[in-house]
Design a protein around this ligand. Structure first.
Ligand code: NAD
Ligand code: SER
Length: 314
């Protein structure tokens, strides 16, 4: 029987570099093709195939899928929340057109499974902020959030109308040390570690009390892999699953860092990203993911801080 072949789109970003390496470890180096619009950099730790693909170029995408007889797609290319607010139309076009290209080609070519991440950015100011339920009021006010919410609806549509097996999680802000984040509102929670190690101080672009849902990268990778491995019959949410890791404010994070670096200091100078953060929720009810595919996060604020401080290289 032919082996499954995976194509990762947007593989050189914060999630893609680590997810590609994890997928290669599980499924084999030659079964996972990395691709991105950026030139190949030696960012992905595991060696393997690389193709230059702009996700807006449907012909090239179809060509690469045929060339390698791709069976599984992971679409990670996107414009995130903060960059999206600097050019909303571009964010909408890229985030929607890339998804549409993938959905249409997948339906045409009989792709077996697709992973496409949504985000906590689908929530809006009138969403319940604490333990935000799976099904709730969704009125996002960022271009990024609007594109993710529309994406969730289209993903569900292609499942219902075309039978595509697409799986998705609403990632919280992701914290990692291998590849820097690509322009989101939660990026402060990564920047702070580099600043702490470099200069023992950090100026935060969010207010001290801004609590947001966050997750450490090892949990985020495991969520993706476990969701994709779960039997199709267990996947009862075909838009996108709430998943939770931890919730904290910049002040909480600074205090956790001070446990290791007592002289670390933080100041606050909120910018346009404060309004984005204020429109999102603080903590997530992920009971549906726990019930359906046994999701369980492992990292807490303190174990994440410990691991980040050990691993961040300046
Ligand atoms: P990122 O910005 O770090 O990486 C995105 C990658 O896509 C980059 O390598 C970029 O070069 C590539 N890209 C951009 N335009 C492209 C194009 N036209 N064609 C091909 N590649 C292109 O993003 P990330 O943090 O790795 O996020 C991946 C996915 O996860 C996105 O859908 C994002 O919305 C979602 N997500 C991320 C977070 C987070 O905190 N990182 C949270 C929630 C959801
Ligand atoms: N980390 C992402 C952002 O801030 C959330 O999707 O945009």
């Amino acid at each position: 029987m032919a082996k499954d072949t995976i194509l990762v789109l947007g593989a050189l970003g914060q999630i893609g570099t680590e997810l590609t390496a994890s997928l290669r470890e599980i499924y084999g180096e030659n079964q996972v093709i990395a691709s991105d619009i950026a030139d190949e950099r030696k960012l992905i730790e595991t060696p393997g195939l690389y193709e230059h693909i702009n996700v807006l170029d449907k012909e090239k995408l179809a060509y690469v899928i045929d060339k390698y007889k791709v069976t599984h797609l992971y679409l990670l290319a996107a414009i995130l929340s903060a960059v999206g607010e600097t050019n909303p139309k571009f964010a909408w076009n890229l985030n929607m057109e890339s998804l549409f290209n993938v959905l249409e080609i997948a339906a045409e070519k009989g792709i077996k499974k697709i992973f496409w991440p949504s985000s906590i950015a689908i929530f809006g100011s009138d969403t319940p902020k604490i333990n935000t339920p799976q099904n709730t009021t969704l009125n996002p006010t960022t271009a990024y959030g609007i594109s993710k919410l529309a994406g969730e609806m289209w993903v569900n549509y292609f499942f219902l109308k075309k039978g595509l097996d697409i799986r998705s999680v609403r990632y919280p802000g992701l914290i990692s040390y291998k590849t820097l984040p690509g322009g989101g509102t939660t990026d402060y929670a990564v920047e702070i570690f580099y600043a702490a190690k470099r200069e023992n101080k950090y100026q935060c672009f969010l207010r001290s009390d801004t609590i947001l849902p966050m997750m450490y990268m090892p949990d985020a990778l495991r969520a993706c892999i476990e969701l994709m491995e779960a039997p199709a019959a267990d996947i009862r949410v075909r838009s996108s699953y709430n998943i939770a890791g931890m919730s904290f404010s910049p002040a909480d994070l600074a205090a956790a860092i001070q446990q290791y670096l007592p002289d670390f200091s933080i100041t606050y100078k909120p910018d346009f990203r404060q309004e984005i953060a204020d429109s999102w929720t603080q903590s997530i009810d992920d009971s549906q993911a726990r019930n359906d595919w046994h999701w369980q996060p492992k990292f807490t604020l303190s174990s994440m801080v410990n691991d980040m401080l050990e691993n961040v290289k300046i």
